[in-house]
Design a protein around this ligand. Structure first.
Ligand SMILES: C[S@@+](CC[C@H](N)C(=O)[O-])C[C@H]1O[C@@H](n2cnc3c(N)ncnc32)[C@H](O)[C@@H]1O
Length: 389
């Protein structure tokens, strides 16, 4: 999930800087195409369900375009992103935290901290990030013991792992003692998951770590929290199966369906962001194997099974009360394009499936190689539209 920050200019209406998270299937670069297709179809902003939210890139773009978004994903880190980028509406004030944490209060008053955040956007939010990343003493905890050299694994340098431990511990304490509210907790936790990812010693996914230290891993962990933006009231986040949420979301104008399309389970590729998102304070996870996967981890998606993906699609299309569905699916996925189109045609009110496609220049990263169809140095993105009602 490491990310290269870049301007969101491409995505149309947004002018803020967002994280382009390295995540298999991340649609950040597809946003102009997706939002453009929605406009071409003449869909006016209303309620939408971003059913496979991942990084929440699509949900946040829909929010920015005026939609009221319900989003869902099986993974806890996705729930954190959904809460931070889709549900949160205001910059946290941190009044209770300042009042209740004397160490933070002292640090915020110090000229050194004030100087280091001078000129940065985000006011108190940026200052709290700086405090967590640079002022809090690193501590040896679950991450340092398991995912750094002390535990025989090289996902993070010992220093960065110990910092992740200290920050995650602080967030847990602040939140459970009521010093920060949900929005602040999720915004800061999202910035920790992304910050940790920027210094992760991996090739993009956590299925393995590198044998030597990469330059990004040697850098000091930094937190850059996104300032929440206002959107339509009533946005919701769900760590749940897409079809289950579709059943409770009620009538929506649009469902965006961006499922996994091959056998690789996200729970195996992103186990470390998942552990950071969940925390380890009540019941530390039991790890197994060289990479430290969580033992007995049950988040297996039907969409990653050749036998079950077709039924999962039919179930979702039957469950949703959306008027329109837009579907992203790789033409080399478990479902052949023929089967996909046939399933979509069966669900469509008029039997019609419209296919939109757009070419891009190749973006060289592991995650994108996995997620797209390449022709030479071009990549083709496909979007299917059906009317359901
Ligand atoms: C292709 S990615 C989505 C990427 C997302 N659109 C983005 O821009 O980041 C597929 C996502 O589906 C999630 N997923 C897998 N099975 C699911 C299910 N049954 N219900 C909801 N989400 C699921 C995975 O955890 C993963 O985040």
């Amino acid at each position: 999930m490491s990310m290269a920050r870049r301007s969101e200019r491409e995505s149309g209406k947004h002018s803020r800087i967002i994280a382009d998270v390295r995540y298999i299937g991340n649609k950040t670069r597809l946003l102009p195409f997706l939002l453009g297709t929605i406009r071409r179809l003449g869909l006016a902003p209303g309620a939408a369900h971003d059913a496979f939210s991942g990084t929440a890139a699509v949900g946040r773009a829909l929010k920015g375009a005026g939609w009221r978004v319900a989003s869902s994903d099986l993974m806890t880190y996705s729930y954190v992103f959904q809460r931070a980028y889709v549900v949160a509406q205001r910059t946290p004030s941190f009044a209770a935290l300042r009042a209740g944490d004397p160490e933070l209060r002292r640090a915020l008053r110090s000229p050194a901290l004030q100087e280091s955040v001078a000129g940065k956007e985000g006011g108190a939010l940026a200052a709290v990030c700086e405090y967590l990343a640079r002022w809090v003493e690193p501590e040896r905890g679950f991450m340092g013991v398991n995912f750094a050299p002390e535990g025989g694994r090289m996902y993070f340098t010992q220093e960065n792992a110990d910092r992740i431990d200290a920050i995650r511990h602080h967030l847990h304490e602040w939140w459970t003692s009521g010093l920060i509210e949900d929005d602040a907790y999720y915004v800061l936790l999202a910035s920790l998951i992304e910050g940790a990812d920027r210094v992760a010693n991996t090739a993009g996914v956590y299925a393995a770590y590198m044998k030597g230290w990469q330059s990004n891993a040697r850098r000091a962990l930094a937190l850059r929290a996104e300032i929440p933006v206002r959107g339509a009231r009533g946005a919701t986040a769900h760590r749940a199966d897409a079809a289950t949420v579709a059943r409770t979301a009620g009538k929506v104008e649009l469902i965006y369906i961006d499922p996994p399309y091959n056998a690789r389970q996200y729970s195996g590729y992103y186990h470390i962001p998942e552990i950071i998102a969940r925390g380890w304070f009540d019941a530390p996870p039991v790890l197994r194997g060289k990479t430290g996967l969580v033992a007995g981890e049950g988040q297996q998606s039907d969409w990653c099974s050749g036998r079950r993906a077709g039924a999962a699609l039919a179930e979702l299309l039957a469950a949703t009360e959306a008027r329109h569905a837009l579907v992203s699916y790789n033409s080399e996925g478990l479902l052949s394009e023929r089967d996909l189109k046939a399933a979509l045609a069966r669900a469509a009110i008029d039997g019609a499936v419209q296919r939109f496609s757009r070419g891009y220049r190749r973006y060289r990263s592991d995650s994108d190689r996995i997620g797209r169809v390449y022709q030479g140095d071009r990549v083709r993105e496909l979007l299917y539209h059906i009317r359901l009602q």
